[in-house]
Design a protein around this ligand. Structure first.
Ligand code: MD3
Ligand code: FE
Length: 206
């Protein structure tokens, strides 16, 4: 599959490899306080991808809608702090892609097991759409589908593997995107799992 042909996407191949083990350890610490859970969409469906968050704001979905919330609805407490290694990696990746001074306040952690998928969608719940999104892939490879601002725009498939970082910004911030059903497999770092960490500025500069 082509790995560098998505417009508006800065693919940093293997950028997170040197810190991958540390990232997975930090994910472990976050999930000890805020375990992965399958959220319910406003339409009443259970998402196949399990999610948790760290940082000031966490993305949540329930029957009432999608939103960023400073409180984990499962625990009633604030989300765990963003590990220093996370913020540092996000800033270094954003800088490498031409977006210096990236200070995300929201970090969503997605867990895929074989069969899990994320349907085509836009990320539009964030307060500051001028800031990029930084995404880190760990574990099993996935096929990322990248379209355009219109639902009818053509879709490019991108293979994302362990250690890849993608920075999405600028005019393509509202592009449609999704993740194809995860294929069976095993990765030395994560077993039968793919973990994706996304960093966003969700608070609109508060
Ligand atoms: C392109 N997660 O959580 S973020 C999500 O692999 C999500 O789990 C993906 O899409 C995953 O919402 C990776 C990739 C991403 C995020 C936002 C974008 C790509 C984007 C916004 C505009 C264009
Ligand atoms: Fe998304």
């Amino acid at each position: 599959l082509p790995r560098r042909s998505a417009p508006g996407a800065h693919l940093l191949d293997g950028f997170a490899l040197p810190v991958a083990a540390g990232l997975l350890q930090a994910v472990q610490a976050v999930t000890a306080a805020a375990p992965f859970r399958h959220l319910i969409t406003p339409g009443g469906r259970r998402m196949s991808v399990a999610m948790t968050n760290c940082g000031r704001l966490g993305w949540v979905s329930d029957r009432r809608g999608y939103r960023y919330d400073p409180i984990d609805p499962e625990s009633g407490r604030p989300w765990p702090e963003m590990p220093a290694l996370f913020g540092d990696l996000a800033d270094r990746a954003a800088t490498a892609a031409g977006f210096p001074g990236f200070r995300p306040d929201a970090c969503l952690i997605n867990l895929y097991t074989p069969g899990a998928r994320l349907g085509m969608h836009q990320d539009r719940d964030e307060g500051d759409l001028t800031q990029p999104i930084v995404s880190v892939s760990l574990g099993l490879p996935a096929v990322f589908q990248f379209g355009g601002p219109s639902r009818r725009d053509p879709v490019t498939n991108i293979d994302l593997v362990h250690g890849d970082v993608v920075v999405w910004g600028g005019a393509w911030r509202l592009a449609h995107h999704g993740v194809k059903e995860l294929r069976d497999g095993s990765h030395p770092a994560t077993g039968q799992r793919r973990i994706n960490i996304t960093f966003r500025c969700a608070g609109g500069g508060r």
